[in-house]
Design a protein around this ligand. Sequence first.
Ligand SMILES: [Mg+2]
Length: 238
Amino acid sequence: MPDSYPRAIIFDLDDTILDTTLSADRLWSRAAEHFSERAGLDAKAFDQQMKASREWFWSDPERNRAGRMDLYKARSGCVEHALQMLNASNAELATALADWFTERRVTAMTPFDGAIETLQTLKAAGVRLALISNGKGETQRDKVIRFGLEPIFDCIILEGEFGVGKPDRRVFDHALTELNATPSNTWIVGDNLQWEVAAPQALGIKGIWVDWRGAGLPTDTDVKPDRIIRSISELVES
Ligand SMILES: [Mg+2]
């Protein structure tokens, strides 16, 4: 094993291995176009407001927790919120749009370029690998299977199956036990500054932040990642 690798690395799934937000944004834009006439709205304005409504919805930790356990309700709620903000309330249309989106959601998602190859390279180098993903067990397990991730990881913890999710320390402790690793020889890699940097750093794990947007650290955070990367393929580049 190269000296530069730790004994174990814990990975996040969404927006770390998979292009979750990018693929969703693209699909929401298509939905805005498809439904704008029926909503009596300009497609671009509708798309922008739906994006703002999603950001508003997911930024609240409690709404986020409930929403990731019932994605359909979160989706229709965000559309309804957007329609309200545009003075175009229409519960029937919100449901129809959420249905349209949900039917297409899973197949629209793909791994980031080089992500699967990176995981395989690390595995081949002898690094023990864990996946910790928040969200409904069924939804997250479906992604794990669809993208062939099960055989790559030594340990997979999905919030809906495990009972608690990040940033609860029990998920990190469980992963370390399964990986037979200690915090000081473990890295964690993910896009959420609280879940994959601040909380695990408090346990002594090295927190690597995936800035997939390339926007840099938000100005309002005091979280200090040990390393910032644009994509996980940087982990195996010499
Ligand atoms: Mg993520």
